[in-house]
Ligand binder design. Sequence first.
Ligand code: ATP
Ligand code: MG
Length: 235
Amino acid sequence: MNEEIHDEGAWTPLVRAKGVFKRFSSKAETLEVLRGVGFEIPRKRTCSIIGASGSGKSTLLALMGGLERIDSGILEIGTYKLHELREKDLPQYRSRFVGFVFQFHYLLKDFTALENVALPAFMTGLSKKESWEKAQTLLEKVGLGDRMGHFPSELSGGERQRTAIARAIVNDPSLVLADEPTGNLDQVNARSIAELLLELPHITGATVVLATHDSNFASQADLRFSLADGRIATL
Ligand SMILES: Nc1ncnc2c1ncn2[C@@H]1O[C@H](COP(=O)(O)OP(=O)(O)OP(=O)(O)O)[C@@H](O)[C@H]1O
Ligand SMILES: [Mg+2]
């Protein structure tokens, strides 16, 4: 459990955004992707973001994950004020607070499922024994107890995505950001990965924010947002 959860009351929202603007500028033009976006996401809940391609879903997740900076407005996540945080402090925010799941799994091909999950824990200072044990427990929790020694090439698409989810939660992030996590999967695997992500708050206590084109998946989240024309609406 993260210390941030104890610092702030469990009743305060985990994510608070107010008047968030995000622009991408090139020589030819400035594209205003987010135009004054405001919302709150409570702790230990699931939240979905839908919207047409190019509406800014990935951009919004990247801002919450500290991969991109907002241009103006307020973005507070836990005790972190991302609008004020110095560039050099962002990696620490990301590694302590956030777990990422993407459409493509980005598992290391020369490492087993167990090693892929254990490595981020080991890199943040856990002993080898603790890291490997934690990875084992998590892989069992995501239903891969009998696949731990397999390399990514020996896993199915759904199993790879389960491994990626176990890796995303190994350092106990308060926030899990999932960008089209079922985008590459067939219907059956997509449904079971969706179920796993929707269950995560009960398994780890994390808040899950997911961007998806799957309206059925999105509709099952506790909180549902839609992005269009740079604005956010609650569904
Ligand atoms: N680094 C960047 N530089 C310039 N423009 C960008 C950058 N990242 C995103 N954009 C633009 O911002 C807009 C929003 O992109 P974003 O990837 O957030 O959309 P999305 O809703 O995730 O779309 P999709 O459903 O296709 O994944 C798009 O028009 C995109 O081209
Ligand atoms: Mg996207």
